[in-house]
Write a protein that binds this ligand. Structure first.
Ligand code: SF4
Length: 297
């Protein structure tokens, strides 16, 4: 897939936008579910509070807009003191204890868990039942990984960085690997290659979602073609940070921005082309604002 030319600036600055930039399927679905819930809440019972367990998506601007419409962000279900209400499980998913607590507290669940994340949970549980030692390739503090760990229900080894992990002392003979959906395929391959010498049986489910791998592939391709890359997205977004990393690994000068105000005209001095991509939680309007700002320079 070739990047789309967005504009040819006055000084021959080519601006190329990634086709995959912006909301992924799971984020779009989560937002639609919340917007639907907000409408029913307002129309039929304005007093029913709507909570989100953590920010709905990793984009401060969208989270602020939702807060203005009445979505309250809580970091734990215990923070909810109301006797009733609705609670949104984000696209990252959650473990069984959240569902149980919500049911016990009489909170209605709006389950926005991305089906790709549900798939990771189910495959992890399957590996556990089949007696595999489970390795999750991902970040141990990420909400998705925490939910997967709880769903599996047995101890699992979370590996993010091969350098920081002593595989030799931890790997058993029968190993099953699953991945956080937003990891990088090439790094998953490195992990698999590093485990093979220790395991007698190895089962790998490549659970990196297609939206993520396609976006990463296009970012790599785009970063090879341009002089400068701009990656739009929240600084708390893991998938956005990974795009920055991929672009920089190709030796391309890369900046991450959340809004058009962060664009610095000095970045464009003596360059002929700029590539623009965005994380899965970045709305189209936010990308359009950045393009407009660069075009106007
Ligand atoms: S990045 Fe993939 S797994 Fe995560 S919400 Fe989007 S589509 Fe779902």
């Amino acid at each position: 897939m070739l990047p789309r030319p967005l504009n040819k600036g006055r000084y021959s600055l080519d601006i190329l936008g990634a086709k995959t930039a912006g909301f992924c399927f799971g984020v779009r679905r989560a937002l639609e579910l919340v917007q639907g819930a907000l409408q029913t809440t307002t129309q039929h019972n304005p007093k029913i509070p709507l909570y989100s367990l953590g920010p709905l998506i990793h984009n401060p601007r969208v989270v602020k807009e939702l807060a203005e419409k009445g979505v309250k962000v809580v970091s734990a279900i215990d923070e909810i003191s109301a006797a009733s209400g609705k609670i949104v499980i984000r696209s990252h998913g959650a473990g069984p204890s959240i569902y149980q607590t919500a049911a016990r507290r009489g909170l209605e669940i709006i389950d926005a868990t991305c089906p790709f994340v549900k798939n990771v949970q189910q495959l992890g549980s399957f590996l556990a039942q089949e007696g595999y030692q489970i390795i999750i390739f991902g970040e141990k503090d990420h909400a998705e990984v925490k939910g997967v760990l709880e769903a599996i229900g047995v101890p699992a080894l979370v590996v993010n960085n091969l350098q920081d992990t002593d595989l030799a002392s931890q790997i058993t003979a029968k190993v099953g690997i699953i991945s956080q959906t937003t990891q990088e395929t090439s790094r998953l391959s490195q992990l698999v290659a590093a485990i093979i010498p220790y395991a007698k049986e190895l089962r790998v489910f490549n659970t990196i979602c297609s939206a993520t791998s396609e976006r990463q592939r296009e970012t790599a391709e785009l970063s090879r073609r341009v002089d400068l890359m701009i990656v739009v997205g929240g600084r708390n977004s893991a998938n956005t940070s990974r795009l920055v990393e991929i672009s920089r690994n190709h030796g391309t000068n890369t900046y991450q921005v959340e809004s058009a105000t962060e664009i610095n005209p000095d970045w464009f001095h003596k360059i002929n082309s700029v590539g623009i991509t965005a994380g899965a939680s970045t709305p189209d309007e936010q990308i359009a604002e950045i393009v407009a700002k660069i075009s106007a320079l």
